[in-house]
Design a protein around this ligand. Structure first.
Ligand code: FAD
Length: 393
């Protein structure tokens, strides 16, 4: 019987396993994850979970019975150390091996690290997994933790800032660029969000570069900027983006370039090996270039495409990328990719705590952003049209 091995049991890997079965795949499915926990949802780790003391466990992606009922061999706390593409075999870190007919790489990404003096001091946090979030949550609860500094004004940094402000901390966000969420949102949306967070008490410092961390008793005590400014810090979150987990793929000789390179069916340079989710990079019908998209929606869409290819089914029709965020009472939703647009139009909305922004290229809607207008996301998805790859942007 055929075997499909999936490395990584995040939303991409888990969705691939579920979709294979839904498509009628009869072979063996092995879903391997490095973490011990039942596969769980990552988004709450920077949002509700940080504040909710009644929730000792993360929200599982699926109940344990789902894997049993669907004959998915979930192998937790197992790390894959090597892929042998000639032998069609993976090697676990304990030396054991498994043969595969199809292999799906869903290895995700890891936080980008800062390499500065003092970077290994206690009190400096990164956020990717459950363990990181549990440590951050515990640290935020300490009464002696008063001044929180967040390095990086990306989505996760802003979400943690919202949680920290809600728990009564003084919060400063330091950003090397000129605005927040610059990689994923238009200036119109980020200005709206920045204003609301500033009103709530978050202090933003843009165009600032870190020099080093100050220490007291091996614990971080300040952040020192290059212009001599020192900012008191009892807790620091470094949230400066993520790098794709591609070492396994690179060592196996698969083509990688800021992600594992894939075609439209999520096939890597080896036709029996697929890559999906945060670790994969390839064409997307809704944006030119080859983006690497880090969202739940992208991970599950790509999982469905790979599962269709393995089952020889028609590739699912492309759908516009989307993501959401919860920021201090704002439900932020984005559809499409905020890149390559030549016109930004803010649409009048009610109430004043809401926002709708249209991003156009040559008069065509390529992306949209809405805040506190949940019903609009579904409507706008239908209005966004795929990019023609012959477009020159
Ligand atoms: C704190 C946080 C909040 C987020 N909030 C949002 C949000 O609100 N909305 C949104 O759209 N997106 C959000 N994201 C992004 C979203 O969670 C990711 O895009 C998504 O989880 C990617 O799924 P994935 O399965 O590709 O990777 P991951 O979820 O990272 O899963 C990959 C898994 O593979 C495992 N793995 C890696 N290498 C190996 C190996 N060698 N052997 C075994 N296992 C291995 C890892 O341990 C990991 O569990 C958030 C991300 C974070 C970190």
């Amino acid at each position: 019987m055929e075997t499909t091995v999936i490395i990584g049991d995040g939303v991409a890997g888990t969705t691939a396993a579920a979709t294979l079965r839904r498509n009628g795949y009869e072979g063996t499915i092995k879903l391997i994850g490095e973490e011990a926990a039942l596969p769980y949802q990552r988004p709450p780790l920077s949002k509700a979970w940080l504040l909710d003391s009644d929730r000792p466990r993360p929200t599982p992606l699926r109940p344990l019975s789902f894997y049993e009922d669907n004959r998915i061999e979930l192998m937790r706390a197992r790390k894959v150390a090597k892929i042998d593409t000639n032998e069609r075999r993976i090697f676990y870190s304990d030396g054991k091996t498994t043969k595969f007919d199809n292999l799906i790489l869903a290895t995700g990404a890891a936080p980008r690290r800062l390499d500065l003096k003092g970077a290994d001091l206690k009190g400096i946090h990164y956020l990717r997994d459950l363990g990181d979030s549990a440590r951050l949550r515990q640290a935020l609860r300490r009464p002696e933790c008063r001044d929180v500094v967040i390095v990086g004004a990306g989505v996760i940094g802003l979400e943690v800032a919202s949680a920290a402000i809600d728990s009564g901390k003084a919060v400063t966000i330091i950003e090397v660029g000129g605005r927040a969420m610059a990689r994923v949102a238009s200036p119109a949306a980020t200005n709206f969000i920045t204003e609301k967070l500033s009103d709530a008490g978050v202090r933003f410092m843009f165009n600032k570069r870190l020099e080093e961390f100050g220490a007291a008793n091996q614990h971080v005590s300040s952040i020192n900027l290059e212009n001599g400014i020192e900012i008191k810090a009892d807790l620091v979150l470094v949230s400066i983006g993520a790098t794709p987990n591609i070492t396994l793929a690179q060592d196996a000789g698969l083509v990688c370039d800021n992600g594992i390179c894939v075609d439209q069916d999520m096939r890597t340079s080896d036709p029996k090996i697929y890559a999906i989710g945060d670790c994969a990079r390839g064409d997307n019908a809704f944006v030119s270039g080859k983006p690497r998209i880090e969202t739940i929606h992208n991970a599950s869409s790509q999982a469905q495409i790979a599962a269709a290819a393995i089952c020889n089914k028609t590739r699912p029709a492309p759908v516009p990328p989307r993501f959401w965020s919860d920021l201090k009472g704002m439900k932020v939703q984005a559809i499409g990719i905020a890149a390559g647009y030549d016109l930004v139009r803010r649409v009048p909305t009610q109430p004043p705590t809401s926002l709708e922004v249209h991003l156009k290229y040559r008069d065509r809607l390529v992306a949209a952003e809405v805040i506190n207008l949940r019903h609009r996301q579904g409507e706008l998805v239908k209005e966004i049209s795929p990019v023609s790859f012959s477009d020159t942007k």
